[in-house]
Write a protein that binds this ligand. Structure first.
Ligand code: GTP
Ligand code: MG
Length: 417
């Protein structure tokens, strides 16, 4: 694991570019460098190799280049921008003697470092184990070879199988634990099924937690580090006096390790419950389109792409004034700055309209002796008009549709507007 020691570990990043015609924007290298600094280490040199798609991996000359650079700067690690399979790792290790880390391992390390709750710790461990499984063989290949021969079961092979079995056992134990946690979460979600739910999603570091804090005074950790949020947090804010549940979720990144998406399915279950998804985008990035595409692809995998989605182009304080208009060309596109509190008026006034469209506007007579209903109206509804009569009050109100049933059950005359 890459770890921040007393001395900061320094290393080299290697970008294996399989799309040499792609316009060079350095975003891949920058992303690796951000991931590395988020685990508390540092990239001091980078190498880019263009290789045609047909070629499986780097050749001898390229690996020697990495070896020379690693030796000359006394690198603690070499990190690759893509996921490495067992064969790649073996060929690199013939040349490089320091730690070799791939993108997947790096993301898993970062998740492991940031996991706080029991649920996210289990989720990360599960993902780490499924990453380890196909790479486990290398420790034992030499033993298998010694005992070789067709149809001969060597001691190495037996050991490998037993290790794999242990890992599978642990994975199914963790799955059991996750199922129990999921049961509890789904009970919790059921208890709030009548409330309007909005989920914040987006690429890591887009500003979801900063927005969450702004809207709900939630005090969620927001940092200039990737994946600072791993657990969903849900808080309430009010629009027209109606409670809205806002959830902050784990950020996405391109080529998110498949094991991680599977493990985090229960955390991301918040998204299935959402009535509205707010996709937060960092508008100051040069790879906006790619970040939006990656996020939407994951939303597609999670089966929530059909839900109503609004785009919140965040961090507009970092871009030129004239570029801001580009982000508000379509309906439900908003240009905001969560940090400088800009562009929020339009967003929240549209949310108000949205809430009204999902609410009922009614006129209702409430006798003075029904204080319980009056307090319901004031805690969940928005009062537009009050007409005091001799024995009670006529209220014209906007209330969530589910509250209509409550009034009906109480046998009150409703007059729909
Ligand atoms: N300039 C500027 N910076 C912002 C804005 N919103 C967020 N940031 C910064 O962007 C960084 C990331 O913000 P977070 O809110 O942690 O981002 P996130 O989307 O929750 O990130 P993960 O939890 O890692 O997925 C922090 O350093 C914030 O201060 C903004 O509107 N303008
Ligand atoms: Mg966050």
């Amino acid at each position: 694991m890459l770890r921040k020691n007393t001395k900061i570990e320094r290393g080299i990043s290697v970008l294996v570019n399989r799309r040499p015609n792609k316009v060079e924007d350095n975003s891949d290298l920058e992303e690796i460098s951000n991931l590395v600094s988020s685990v508390g280490c540092e990239i001091v040199e980078s190498l880019i190799f263009n290789i045609p798609n047909k070629r499986p991996f780097l050749g001898k000359g390229q690996l020697e280049k990495i070896q020379n650079l690693a030796n000359s700067i006394k690198a603690d690690f070499v990190v690759f921008s893509e996921s490495l399979n067992l064969r790649n790792i073996l060929s690199i290790e013939k040349y490089v003697s320091c730690k070799v880390i791939d993108r997947t391992k790096l993301i898993l390390d970062l998740f492991s470092q940031n996991a706080r709750t029991a649920e996210s710790k289990i989720q990360v461990e599960r993902a780490q184990l499924s990453y380890t499984l196909p790479r486990l063989t290398r420790m034992w290949t030499h033993l298998s070879r010694q005992s070789g021969g067709i149809g001969v079961r060597g001691p190495g092979e037996t050991q490998l199988e037993s290790d794999k079995r242990q890992i599978w056992k642990r994975i199914s134990f963790l799955d059991g634990k996750l199922k129990n946690i999921e049961k509890l979460s789904s009970e919790r979600r059921k208890s709030r099924k009548d409330l309007v739910k909005i989920a914040l999603v987006g690429y890591t570091n887009a500003g979801k937690s900063t927005f969450m804090n702004l809207a709900t005074s939630a005090n969620v950790l927001s940092e200039d580090r990737l994946f600072s949020t791993l657990d969903s947090t849900t808080k309430v804010f009010k629009i027209l006096n109606q409670k809205i549940l806002l959830s902050d979720t784990v950020g996405f990144i391109k080529n998110l390790p498949p094991g991680l998406v599977a493990s985090f399915r229960s955390t991301l279950a918040e998204l299935n419950e959402a009535d509205l998804i707010w996709h937060v985008v960092d508008s100051s990035r040069c790879d906006i389109e790619e970040q939006v595409h990656v996020t939407n692809e994951i939303l597609g995998d999670l089966g929530v792409l059909e839900k109503e989605r609004w785009y919140l182009f965040n961090k507009i304080d970092l871009i030129e004034e004239r570029r801001r208009n580009e982000f508000i060309k379509k309906e439900n596109y908003y240009a905001i700055s969560s940090m400088k509190k800009k562009g929020l008026k339009k967003l929240f006034s549209d949310l108000e309209k949205w809430v009204i469209s999902r609410s009922a506007k009614i006129k209702i007579f409430i006798p003075f002796n029904r204080q319980d209903l009056i307090s319901q109206i004031y805690s969940q509804g928005h009062v537009l008009k009050e007409q005091v009569k001799q024995d009670g009050v006529f209220y014209t109100i906007i209330i969530p549709k589910n509250l209509l049933n409550y009034f009906k059950e109480n046998d009150l005359a409703l007059e729909k507007k």
